[in-house]
Write a protein that binds this ligand. Structure first.
Ligand code: AMP
Ligand code: GLY
Length: 421
């Protein structure tokens, strides 16, 4: 098959690595890509905001399948626009609204009996603040639309909650994405991410992963896109995964089918698990970053086949296979991230896969520039390490990081500790 992969993060570099192992892959192009991709695979002439430019590339290069990495093109309807031209891995626009609109997502969950926190939506700040006063702390304020991971405030005081409401509704700091806010009750517990590949009829879950959202050790500092992840997650035991399947994944697939927008593609359930009972914190309509970089290393399946079967509506009727062991992913971010961060940090040459095969580097915010590699984004590199268990994977990862210190980049020192019993 001939594939066009859209996206530029560590997630896409890991997807590229995994797709490249398929015996059925004839040729792969990526757009826009990053400094980790060989130049020859970078597609030219595409503009992600112009689906006609993608269609022209698909026709000219006889693309069989588009693999969509990030949410924005899906929420914008890339699948709807191009599914007549080739297979597209990723949900249609209305199904992608599970991520694109938190209000849509909450209403959908309430309608289909999917466990989640109580929330109400508002577009007038005085009404939002009046409701706020009837709830208890902590309380969560969420911008309705896509806000690059910055639209959620977990407020410990009413003053902070009020400020978040005013920022979104009156000061419009998220633009139209914050024209509606949700005020959501706080969920306690441990967070886990479960990704399922869906074909409109069924959802095949992957093993659970855990992200580390805060920028500093011990979950301090502001939220980020994710500073590290590991698989598997010890508290996501088979009975919890069964509940995720029946109460969350199956209900999404059945609900979307009933509403006339069958869910095909990757469904990401961000969960809070309290005493073995999962509730949905958020849905995303694509693979998570950096969980994917860890997960795909254990996935014992041909990802190209799964993407094709998902888009065609015919996934196999069996659980997905995973290798034993554990994988950890540690994000190296540019100083200042997630605020204003340094750019153009020189990145040393790093072999993608080391000789043992245990260590794999994926690039994220990097670019090739005059024969060298420099940083361009906040999350710059991802180091992944495998081991027979998480303790071994973790020790290997940090041993490498101590050796390669890159000035200008920092990383959390406690990734994976929660998963070691
Ligand atoms: P989201 O962008 O919806 O994933 O939210 C970002 C982060 O905010 C989540 O990963 C959680 O850590 C936290 N969060 C969101 N909603 C809640 C909630 N209802 N209760 C507790 N924490 C939450
Ligand atoms: N790791 C969080 C996300 O991809 O949204």
């Amino acid at each position: 098959m001939r594939v066009l992969l859209l996206g530029s993060g560590g997630r896409e570099h890991a997807i590229f690595w995994k797709l490249s192992q398929s015996p059925d892959l004839k040729e792969i192009f990526v757009f826009p890509g990053n400094g980790g991709f060989p130049d020859r695979v970078i597609a030219k002439g595409i503009n992600l905001n112009d689906f006609e430019s993608i269609r022209a590339f698909v026709k000219a290069n006889q693309i069989d399948l588009i693999f969509v990495g990030p949410e924005q093109p899906l929420v914008d309807g890339v699948t709807d626009a191009l599914e007549k031209d080739c297979l597209v891995f990723g949900p249609v626009r209305r199904a992608a609204m599970l991520e694109g609109s938190k209000e849509f997502s909450k209403t959908f969950m309430q309608k289909h009996g999917i466990p989640t926190a109580l929330a109400k939506s508002f577009n007038v700040s005085s009404e939002a603040i009046a409701y706020l006063k009837t709830r208890s702390l902590p309380i969560v304020i969420k911008a309705d639309g896509l806000a690059a991971g910055k639209g959620v405030t977990v407020a410990q005081t009413f003053a902070d909650a009020e400020a978040a409401i005013v920022d979104a509704l009156d000061r419009k700091i998220f633009g139209t994405s914050g024209a509606t806010v949700l005020i959501e009750d706080f969920l306690k517990g441990e967070e886990a991410s479960v990704f399922a590949i869906c074909d409109g009829e069924r959802a095949l879950p992957m093993i659970a992963a855990q992200d580390h959202k805060r920028v500093f050790d011990k979950d301090q500092g502001p939220n980020t896109g994710g500073m590290g992840a590991y698989v598997p997650v010890p508290f996501m035991k088979p009975d919890v995964m069964r509940r995720v399947q029946t109460d969350v994944l199956d209900r999404v697939v059945a609900g979307m089918k009933a509403e006339g927008s069958p869910y095909r593609g990757l469904l990401y359930a961000g969960l809070m698990v309290d005493n073995g009972v999962p509730s949905v914190v958020e849905f995303n309509c694509r693979f998570g970053d950096p969980e994917t970089q860890a997960l795909l290393r254990l996935l014992d399946e041909d990802l190209l086949h799964l993407a094709r079967q998902s888009a065609q509506g015919k996934l196999p009727d069996r659980p997905l296979r995973f290798a034993a062991g554990a994988v950890i992913c540690i994000v190296l971010a540019a100083d200042g991230y997630p605020g204003e961060y340094r750019k153009n940090i020189p990145i040393p040459e790093l072999k993608t896969v080391d000789s043992s095969g245990d260590i794999i580097f994926f690039h994220a915010g990097t670019a090739a520039q005059a024969g060298a590699t420099v940083s361009t984004g906040g999350r710059v590199l991802n180091l992944t390490a495998s081991g027979k268990d998480l303790a071994e994977a973790r020790a290997r990862a940090y041993a490498v990081l101590e050796k390669i210190q890159v000035p200008g980049l920092f990383y959390r020192k406690d990734i994976g500790l929660k998963g070691i019993l």
